[in-house]
Design a protein around this ligand. Structure first.
Ligand code: PMV
Length: 349
């Protein structure tokens, strides 16, 4: 048998943040994210005959080169899912990946990388006829979640919710679902400009950050607030209420970073320019009545969010006021994305 499968899978930016986990990569609170258009990973897997007696045999190339650090993470992941994917013990896998954005840009790539890998594995499982009878994307979301929680949300167009909540029918801690509620047209065409404030690698990983929520003095309040914020932000997206949306979006971003700064030991991933940019966005919104707002991932880079109708006005502001605060004037222009795309699907027996 020869087989090759490849997928392009996007990254996502959480509007309601997942921060704190338990059990096998299960979230302490529900999260909601927007799928991105410009930040994605292309991953391919070629299935071949095993050459050794190793339980799991694979090679991994990132940008056509071996990468020890990523290889170790993939090995750990493949071992973790091998109980569910029996073909992993019977075939050799040649895995290759590349990102649309520079690896060193300080943009979290685990969501796109792990979702692209899980899409390839889920497709192979399906083609070999061993797939679960459940929905393909639900199955893949669950596989992706085991590698990186936020990756579970990268499988859907526009918006996705991960974590059980009474506000979303069919939601689950095990996998993410498409946000199926009708939303205001402005929220169907949001822009996301990522201002690259610092491109060095994170000093504290997300896994350490999640872990610090275990004994965090504000943890319980944070988890219940996230649930309430999810309900409220969806309401604002349905009605097109940008004032309410901006407040919750920014409150979520600042709460995530406040959790880091009030942990034991405390740390921060923000840099001084992240603060200057946030302040400038707030002032611009107040002065011009713009629908602009910001959010942050676990890092110093600022995501500027606004509806497409404000393109001209906001672009001028970003270019003149915010871009000079970016490292080497670098930023990524993107928007709400349409979800993953299959690139290759070749199976012959
Ligand atoms: O998926 P992880 O384990 O890398 O955690 C990501 C957590 C945040 O990116 C900070 C928030 C989120 O919900 O994506």
């Amino acid at each position: 048998m020869t087989a090759k499968v490849a997928w392009r899978s996007p990254s996502n930016i959480a509007f309601i943040k997942y921060w704190g986990k338990h059990g096998v990569q299960l979230p302490k609170n529900p999260s909601l994210s927007m799928t991105l258009s410009k930040c994605f990973t292309d991953t391919s897997i070629v299935l071949g005959e095993k050459r050794t007696k190793k339980n799991i045999e694979f090679t991994f190339k990132f940008n056509s080169k071996e990468n020890k650090k990523f290889s170790e993470r993939i090995e750990e992941y493949l071992n973790q899912v091998s109980g569910q994917l029996s073909f992993l013990n019977h075939y050799r896998l040649e895995i290759s990946s590349e990102n649309s954005f520079p690896h060193s840009a300080g943009i979290a790539s685990s969501a796109s990388a792990l979702s692209a890998l899980a899409l390839c594995l889920g497709t192979i499982e399906q083609r070999l006829g061993t797939a679960f009878k459940e929905d393909f994307y639900r199955r893949v979301s669950e596989l992706a979640r085991l590698g990186s929680g936020s990756a579970s949300r990268s499988l859907f167009a526009e918006y996705s919710v991960w974590g059980q909540t009474e506000h979303i029918y069919g939601s689950s801690d095990n996998f993410a679902v498409d946000l199926k509620v009708p939303i205001h047209p402005d929220f169907k065409c949001l822009r996301d400009i990522i201002l690259l404030v610092d491109s060095t690698e994170k000093k504290v990983s997300s896994s350490v950050g999640h872990g610090l929520m275990n004994n965090h003095p504000y943890a319980l309040t944070r988890f219940s607030e996230a649930g309430k914020n999810l309900k409220e932000i969806i309401a604002s997206m349905r009605s097109g209420d940008f004032d309410k949306f901006a407040f919750i979006l920014e409150h979520e971003a600042l709460s995530l970073h406040a959790m880091m700064m009030t942990a034991n030991p405390w740390y921060t991933l923000l840099s001084s320019n992240s603060l200057v940019i946030m302040q400038k966005i707030k002032e611009f919104r107040e002065k011009t009545k713009s629908k602009i707002s910001f959010t942050l991932d676990a890092g110093p880079n600022v995501h500027v969010i606004y509806p497409a109708e404000e393109e001209k006005k906001v672009q001028t502001f970003i270019e003149s006021e915010l871009v000079p605060l970016c490292v080497d004037n670098k930023y990524i222009v993107g928007s709400i994305g349409r979800g993953p795309e299959m690139l290759v699907d070749e199976f012959t027996r």
